[in-house]
Design a protein around this ligand. Structure first.
Ligand SMILES: Nc1ncnc2c1ncn2[C@@H]1O[C@H](COP(=O)(O)OP(=O)(O)O)[C@@H](O)[C@H]1O
Ligand SMILES: [Mg+2]
Length: 405
């Protein structure tokens, strides 16, 4: 039997935020919460997760564990999320029972299901790459027939994507022709993965528009340029090389989307620029890797503003604090080196803001990041990479996209 929501709120008077998931996003949210005297309770899959060592309280369980979710709801004022591995129907029952869940279950749907996300963008008349969802439905021809028809129009190569549970390029498969596509489709069918296919966009730059919406309105951080290699973000730069009119348009689209879905919290809108054509690739309704630079690079970080928004507090201003900022992700090297062993070398780099997530080192895993700010773009970028290299991150030969590998 589920506890009645009225009975469960024995609170200290301090705001209490419950986070489903305990990765690095939760960890950095706790840093921001600490400054504001906000308590954070986690529902962690493992007691070893990145954020657990700093939380007020940790519940251990799957993000779909009904009992533990109720226990979390009972102990906090608002539930929010570190990731999207949630059951929306289950969360809807919490919402209906009067639990504050922000972003709302409806907004979370965008982050959970790329097919729904794209349909919502089309509905809002926001440009997206040409795409088709390849669900195993009867009566509309086989998946491969529909894919072949789509490929005839959009042109090969195409990109196949899992509509759910993808991250860091896992779940993104560029395919040259119908033969390669058939292999991916067969494997996806066996694993119960619903695919979508989309045109391979001839990307000239990737950018991200980060916004926050709360009771005092919608605010946007300046648009940044992102660099992905094999689908994983390696570097984020503000302002990067995005033309100002494109950045303005990107920001307008993101704000319009936030308002149209009644967002509460932070949302990141990833976009592709192909010459002058701007399309939205995907949406995350939570703090995002492309916004880590805001911790030192802007007046209010994405983590603090997410907390302010979901607790109904006034939002902080989002202006940058310096003309240039660069964030470089620290990925695990092939030897499984722990970057914290090299902390002193990274901190010796002038102005390097080092964040290590305390995660077990594994090749290619995001273990931390470094941010630098300043007035000379070349110097700022060099110092960020210098510190990241000191922490033993592998250095990519050249930034490239998943689809060009
Ligand atoms: N249609 C596409 N055309 C070209 N590159 C793409 C396309 N879709 C994805 N990519 C590349 O792969 C990266 C990861 O894809 P994305 O859809 O964002 O998945 P994830 O959920 O893993 O972030 C993108 O940032 C981009 O570099
Ligand atoms: Mg992405």
């Amino acid at each position: 039997v589920e506890p009645a929501v009225e009975q469960v709120g024995e609170r200290s008077g301090r705001p209490v935020v419950g986070i489903v998931g305990a990765g690095q996003l939760a960890r950095m949210t706790i840093e921001a919460a600490s400054a504001l005297g906000i308590n954070v309770i986690l529902l962690a899959e493992s007691a070893e997760d990145a954020a657990t060592e700093f939380a007020s309280q940790v519940l251990v369980g799957e993000p779909r564990d009904h009992g533990q979710l109720w226990a979390l709801a009972a102990r906090c004022d608002v539930i929010t999320f570190d990731h999207e591995h949630v059951d929306l129907d289950q969360l809807a029952t919490f919402e209906e029972a009067g639990v504050a869940v922000w972003p709302s279950v409806e907004a979370m749907h965008l982050g959970v299901d790329k097919a729904h996300m794209r349909a919502t963008l089309v509905e809002a008349e926001i440009p997206v790459p040409a795409f088709v969802v390849l669900a195993d439905t009867e009566g509309t021809g086989s998946v491969l027939d529909r894919l072949a028809a789509f490929g005839n129009g959009a042109g090969w190569p195409l990109v196949l994507k899992a509509t759910r549970d993808g991250y860091d390029g896992k779940g993104v498969w560029p395919v040259a022709d119908i033969g390669e596509a058939a292999i991916v489709c067969r494997r996806a069918h066996e694993e119960g993965i619903v695919l979508m296919a989309e045109e391979l966009v001839p990307i000239t730059a990737e950018l991200c528009a980060l916004v926050v919406r709360g009771p005092t309105g919608t605010s946007a951080w300046p648009v940044v340029q992102t660099h992905q290699v094999n689908g994983i973000c390696r570097e984020v730069s503000y302002p990067g090389t995005i033309p100002q009119d494109v950045a303005d348009e990107a920001q307008r689209l993101a704000v319009r989307l936030a308002d149209s879905i009644g967002l509460v919290g932070v949302m990141a809108v990833e976009m592709f620029l192909a010459k002058r054509r701007l399309v939205v690739n995907e949406v995350a309704v939570r703090p995002h890797n492309s916004g880590h630079w805001t911790i030192e690079g802007s007046n209010t970080s994405q983590f603090e503003n997410h907390l302010r928004a979901i607790l109904g507090l006034p939002l902080g201003t989002t202006e940058p604090r310096s003309p240039y900022a660069v964030m470089v992700n620290v990925l695990g090297d092939d030897e499984g080196t722990d970057p914290s062993l090299h902390l002193a070398d990274a901190l010796a780099v002038r102005g390097a803001h080092v964040h290590l997530y305390g995660k077990e080192p594994r090749p290619g895993r995001k273990l931390g990041h470094v941010t630098t700010c300043g007035i000379d773009p070349t110097d700022v970028r060099e110092r960020a990479w210098q510190a990241a290299r000191a922490l033993r991150t592998p250095v990519p030969a050249a930034p490239a996209t998943a689809a060009s590998q």
